[in-house]
Design a protein. Structure first.
Length: 139
């Protein structure tokens, strides 16, 4: 029995060694597969994030361009409004000066012709004559 036992002792460590060597190989294959999957996943995430950065940069550039255009429009309108304000102020000043000048001038009397008739009374007489002529010709 001792001989059989010794033989088994000799064989047992070899089997254990083969089993122990097989486990690391399987673990290495699994870790390599997991590692390659992680690498591909990280590469795809990296590409996605680069694309997102590019999209965000385009959006930022577009918004900055719009902001520049809006600021330009606002500055133009403000300068025009200031110019209009100055023109209005100048117009008000001119009108107020003319009003002051007109207050100092006495009103002109109605113009009369040599017979003492006003122009309005002459027009009324002409209309009356015209109505009489039309009335006589209609009958």
């Amino acid at each position: 029995m001792a001989a059989n036992f010794e033989k088994e002792e000799k064989h047992a460590p070899v089997e254990i060694q083969n089993f122990n060597q097989a486990e690391p190989k399987a673990k290495n294959l699994e870790s390599e597969q997991i590692g390659s999957e992680l690498v591909t996943m990280l590469k795809s995430e990296n590409e996605f994030l680069k694309n997102e950065i590019g999209n965000k940069q385009k959006t930022i550039d577009t918004l900055l361009e719009r902001q520049f255009e809006q600021n330009t429009i606002i500055q133009t309108l403000q300068s025009r409004i200031d110019g209009i304000g100055n023109k209005i102020d100048n117009s008000v000043m001119l009108l107020s000066e003319k009003v002051k000048e007109n207050k100092n001038v006495p009103p002109e009397p109605e113009k009369q012709n040599d017979n003492g008739f006003t122009i309005a009374s002459a027009v009324m007489i002409l209309l009356l004559v015209l109505m009489i002529i039309v009335f006589l010709t209609v009958k």
